[in-house]
Design a protein around this ligand. Structure first.
Ligand code: PLP
Length: 497
């Protein structure tokens, strides 16, 4: 065991013998005595004999090496921390801690207080209960995933959601793949392999995590034909670029930025007649496609999939886990002949979704049949439409407890703030929100106080993730749901330590 790890192992303490540990301390209990101790039974039951034995051996080997090093070299770490207590109860406690740590899942629930509702790094949309239950069932029961129960013959997994998608979008056909990046890749590879795709220079987007239109285009085997300039593209730019080499005209939603000032871009309804004139299909990558007009819920307008189909798009691609509020997937809707080609592409098999995704998506789509009930039922919309007064009441309830937990080194206030929808949806629009703001107190200020605070919050059993800006930590309460609030408050006590 290195000096470094010996020092960081705070389970080691006991009677210290400052300069050099007596030889007797290296006589550790035999591993079988540890495993046969009655108090080891719960560990054996939880982790199994093989794993428990391995962990016990590793623990003893580390202790032995550390004690030997201490005896020979006068290990300062041991001198400072004291020689470890090597009694069986103490070793079992160390063993339990070690097994627990190595079995903890690296994927853990957290509190998203960043103010970004659809946070890509925190897993985007949270699913409504109906979807959660459907996923559980699909994991515990065989499902008619590709089995037509009417004919008793093999079916197509897309059929499970296609009808609903057509109803909600007005499209002729639909298919579903792993995510929207896959949808764009598959569409381009099917329709434009070896041919040109015309895209405005103002729409050559990069979405976080290495999705760039030019790169996806290249990987799909299509040739990007850029037209116009970054700030201005005219209809004649598309017209002049179109020819026998063109397979597709494509518009891409500029999801995460806005070009303002001296600008011009061609709207879908202007481009559609031109694509018809040239007999070239027109595709739109909507990114965060929504299925309903969000204005009815007091949110900014985001072009819906139906509007895009009605506006003349032959193919539309969008994500399942952005504004739609479902599981990660990519959906392609549009002209029947084009969707049929897409479904025949061998890449479709590589990019298809699993049954868990389909199980979750169907009930989410079904919720859209009752748009008036959607803000109650669809978690994403519920969070996006939460009234600021709700968050204010929550902030007032939590403030004294957070202040008490943080102590005099920090000052907590409740303030109005702005949330973001996130995941590239409506990038410049912000939602009025409310939350807690933590600032290092003027007196007794420690260096990097905000960094330390963030780290302490991340180290909680349910890590709390906020946002640092303007010399403060902002905890936006929009995404702290009622059922999560008690957990949040309970673990504040651990901050004090
Ligand atoms: C988000 C987005 C994508 C990528 O979608 P994923 O579901 O993350 O794969 C592609 N295009 C646009 C315009 C987007 O906003």
């Amino acid at each position: 065991m290195s000096e470094q790890s010996a020092r960081s192992d705070n389970t080691l303490h006991g009677a210290a013998s400052a300069a050099g540990v007596p030889a007797a301390a290296i006589r550790l209990p035999a591993v079988h005595l540890i495993l046969s101790d009655a108090d080891c039974e719960p560990l054996l039951a939880a982790y199994g004999r093989v794993q428990t034995l391995d962990a016990a051996r590793a623990l003893l080997a580390e202790l032995r090496a550390m004690l030997l090093a201490a005896r020979e070299g006068g290990d300062t770490a041991v001198a400072v921390a004291g020689a470890p207590d090597t009694s069986i109860p103490s070793l079992l406690a160390m063993l339990a801690a070690r097994l627990q740590e190595q079995n903890a899942s690296p994927l853990r629930p957290v509190f998203n207080l960043t103010g970004t509702v659809l946070h890509t790094n925190l897993g985007r949309a949270l699913l409504p209960d109906a979807a959660v239950q459907a996923v559980v069932d699909s994991m515990r029961w065989p499902m008619n995933l590709e089995w037509d129960l009417d004919t008793g013959k093999r079916g197509d997994r897309d059929n499970l959601i296609e009808e609903l998608l057509l109803e909600l979008t007005g499209a002729e056909a639909a298919t579903i793949v792993n995510n929207n990046a896959a949808a764009v890749l598959l569409m381009l590879n099917t329709v434009a392999l070896g041919k040109e795709v015309i895209v405005s220079r103002g729409e050559l987007v990069e979405i976080g995590g290495a999705f760039r239109i030019p790169d996806v285009m290249a990987r799909a085997g299509a040739v990007l034909r850029e037209v116009g300039a970054t700030n201005r593209t005219h209809l004649k730019d598309y017209d002049e670029a179109a020819g026998p080499q063109t397979a597709l005209m494509m518009k891409v939603h500029t999801s995460n930025y806005a070009i303002t000032g001296f600008t011009k871009s061609i709207e879908l309804h202007e481009l559609a007649p031109l694509s018809k004139k040239h007999n070239i299909p027109l595709a739109v990558d909507l990114g965060s496609g929504t299925l309903v007009d969000l204005e009815q819920y007091g949110l900014p307008h985001e072009t819906t999939v139906r509007e895009t189909i009605e506006g003349g798009a032959d193919l539309v691609t969008f994500s399942g886990d952005k504004l739609l509020g479902g599981p990660q997937c990519g959906i392609i809707v549009g002209r029947k002949d084009l969707i049929a080609q897409i479904k025949k592409n061998p890449l479709k098999r590589a990019l298809r979704v699993g049954k868990l995704t389909l199980a979750a998506l169907e009930p989410v789509l079904a919720l859209y049949r009752a748009p008036d009930l959607l803000p109650e039922r669809l978690t994403t919309l519920k969070l996006l439409t939460r009234p600021a007064a709700d968050m204010r009441a929550q902030a007032q309830a939590i403030l004294p407890q957070l202040q008490a937990a943080l102590g005099a080194g920090y000052e907590v206030t409740e303030e109005a703030m702005f949330s973001q929808i996130g995941s590239g949806a409506l990038p410049v629009d912000q939602l009025q929100s409310h939350g807690l703001v933590v600032r290092p107190a003027a007196a007794g200020r420690v260096s990097n106080a905000l960094g330390v605070l963030e780290q302490r919050l991340r180290a909680l059993p349910l890590p709390v993730i906020g946002r640092v800006a303007q010399d403060a930590l902002w905890l936006d309460l929009r995404c702290l749901q009622d059922y999560q609030q008690q957990r949040f408050i309970e673990q504040l006590a651990l901050l004090t330590a």
